[in-house]
Ligand binder design. Structure first.
Ligand code: ADP
Ligand code: MG
Length: 339
């Protein structure tokens, strides 16, 4: 048998390859692999099912990630996938692998964060699994949610001329991580040094305490807007926009000057000699929502300060483009994905 390196396929290539032989067979499986959550027909409404895994050393570094925040994040990132289907979160299960490096009090700290997120997002923790780990901490969360059939939003249904919108601001979570890593290196070199986190509270908070944008889901419902397509921004605008465009068979034009970037993100980027626009495009972990709406819905969203219109959908599937401030147009690319 040939040996194929996983790196040659990438994460999405591997998922595609594996999913080929798992086409849904049950009549109530409405949507299997390929969106933010799977969709199950419950009769009156749709059920939504999704899971996410966080692994120590890959997704978090406990030397600067407080356990309480980690618990909160594990729930928030799952709720975000339900939000991305325009759904309401319901129940979660939490599975843990913990080594004896952790005390009971440490695990309780993790669960204090889980409880806070369950309260904030109105979800019930209803089960899970607990096992020992030889090294490190692993947290796997599965979430169940619901959505009215006529309100479900897939990532594959954007239409040419729709407006491209994002919630909140972009790039902050990535810069927060860079600041935390810088301070860790400073501390390792000289344990007497105090971390320099002043002026960076916002970006650090965006890394340590991501919020699922359920608030915007409620506001869109109140405004009578059902997006034409939606995805949550876990991997970064570039990657997630390419996913949405590819799934919808459309292209996109994004205007650099419309990208919502917080002042602290600019400040941190300048300090670290990084481009704030690159952070906004490729940073990831913002857990904002990227969605498209019909032009006719513009009036209903234009006064919502949480929503920025960053561009529009085109009928050219091969072309996902950034119009930079100078007027030039450059293709948007992301690791592991091509349109
Ligand atoms: P998200 O970033 O929204 O959590 P992912 O990019 O992780 O989504 O996954 C994309 C799609 O592939 C989703 O539908 C997800 O359920 C599916 N998927 C991810 N990993 C696996 C796997 N190991 N086996 C089957 N399906 C998977
Ligand atoms: Mg997602």
């Amino acid at each position: 048998m040939n040996r194929t390196e996983i790196a040659s396929l990438g994460e999405f290539g591997l998922i595609n390859r594996l999913s080929e032989s798992f086409a849904p067979t049950l009549p109530d499986t409405v949507k299997g692999i390929g969106d933010d959550a799977a969709v199950i027909d419950l009769g009156e409404e749709y059920g939504l099912l999704s899971s996410d895994l966080l692994l120590e050393g890959v997704h978090f570094d406990l030397s600067f990630f407080p356990l309480k925040h980690l618990g909160y994040k594990a729930i928030a990132v799952n709720v975000s996938d339900i939000a991305a289907m325009n759904g309401l979160p319901g129940q979660v299960t939490v599975s843990l692998a913990v080594s004896n490096r952790f005390s009971v009090e440490a695990v309780e700290e993790l669960y204090a964060g889980i409880r806070a997120a369950c309260t904030d997002f109105k979800v019930d923790l209803v089960g899970g699994d607990l096992t020992s780990s030889r090294s490190g901490l692993l947290i796997s969360v599965s979430i169940f949610g619901k959505v009215a059939k006529e309100k479900i939003v897939y990532r594959s249904t954007a239409q040419p001329n729709d407006l491209l919108c994002v919630t909140g601001d972009l790039g902050a979570a990535y810069l927060g991580l860079q600041i935390l890593e810088r301070e860790k290196q400073v501390f390792l070199a000289n344990p007497d040094m105090q971390p320099q986190l002043e002026d960076h509270d916002y970006v650090v908070q965006r890394q340590l305490k991501p919020e699922a944008r359920m608030d915007v889901i409620y506001e869109l419902a109140e405004a009578g807007v059902v997006p034409t397509a939606m995805i949550d921004l876990s991997d970064g605008l570039a990657s997630d926009l390419l996913q949405l465009s590819k799934a919808s068979g459309v292209g996109a034009m994004v205007f650099e000057e419309n990208l919502p970037i917080d002042e602290q993100t600019y400040l941190a980027a300048t300090e670290l000699n990084l481009s704030p626009v690159t952070a906004a495009l490729n940073g990831g972990e913002d857990y904002e929502l990227l969605f498209t709406v019909r032009q006719g819905d513009y009036e209903k969203i234009k006064n919502n300060p949480k929503i920025s219109v960053i561009g529009f959908v085109t009928d050219q599937p091969q072309s996902v483009t950034l119009a930079v401030k100078s007027g030039n147009k450059v293709p948007i690319v992301a690791q592991g994905i091509s349109v």
